[in-house]
Design a binder for this molecule. Structure first.
Ligand code: ADP
Length: 239
């Protein structure tokens, strides 16, 4: 059974059709990148998948269960975690405390176990030395890592990532990409990541790429095949 199935999803904002019959799937242990120009519907798609928006048509299935009408918090409890592009941690709590909050509320751990899990994921993302620092004092890159740790502490089966590379320098992007790949490989978690098109290196690390344009999926497949699709090439060269 597929972990996530998005079936013929449509989402309109007034007269604007942001998603127009989008279908795709994510397997267990798969790293799928969603690429596409600005305004192609990537963020709206993630919002429909994690329950921020209800679609106007179509369904979202998670482990075979229709979750189209479940609120976001209930989806988090089923194992869907999202790491946002602009992290909003509690600035007056430490790194570790922020992650403990994620472990309690989304992972469903008791406080004792939550501390243990939080310590482990903070180390895992490379923030071990900053564990007792106030979140408000972190650098931008560290905030992104904290956001990832917070999402991981929620015991996800599916990790949804907004454009987590945006604003990072090349070394940080390299580190983040390898970390995501490592999470998928070592922890068996699936990742669904929005990627700016220019970040080719990131896209190459995905198992599969879903290319969006004007609210539709226009190509899908392994990175080299999807990105060399003549329609995809034309859209990007035409920009
Ligand atoms: P992307 O993430 O690929 O840049 P978005 O999903 O943000 O694309 O946007 C897709 C389209 O939907 C765009 O035309 C955008 O202006 C529109 N849109 C997104 N969110 C809203 C909203 N809350 N209200 C109205 N229009 C929106």
């Amino acid at each position: 059974m597929k972990l996530l199935v998005v079936e013929n999803v449509t989402k309109k904002f007034g007269g604007l059709v942001a998603l127009n019959g989008v279908s795709f799937e994510v397997d267990r242990g798969e790293f799928v990148a969603i690429v596409g120009p600005n305004g192609s519907g990537k963020t709206t798609l993630l919002n429909v998948i994690n329950g921020v928006y209800k679609p106007d048509g179509g369904r979202v299935l998670f482990e075979g269960r229709d979750i189209t009408n479940l609120p976001a918090y209930a989806r988090a409890k089923l194992g869907m975690s999202r790491a946002f592009q602009v992290p909003r941690p509690f600035p007056e709590l430490t790194v570790l405390e922020n992650v403990i909050v994620g472990a309690v509320f989304n992972g469903g751990y008791d406080l004792h176990k939550a501390r243990e899990v939080a310590r482990e994921v903070v180390d895992y993302v490379g923030l071990g030395r900053r564990a007792n620092e106030l979140a408000g004092r972190l650098t931008f890159n560290e905030l992104r890592l904290l956001e990832l740790a917070r999402a991981l502490a929620g015991r996800p089966k599916l990790l949804m990532l907004d454009e987590v590379m945006a604003g990072l320098n090349p070394g940080e992007i390299d580190n983040m990409t390898k970390l995501i790949r490592k999470i998928v490989e070592e922890k068996g978690i699936s990742a669904l990541s929005l990627v700016e098109h220019r970040m080719k290196a990131v896209v190459q690390l995905a198992h599969r790429v879903v290319v969006m344009h004007q609210g539709r999926v226009i190509a899908e497949g392994p990175p080299n095949i999807a990105l060399n699709n003549p329609v995809v090439v034309e859209i990007y060269l035409g920009k």
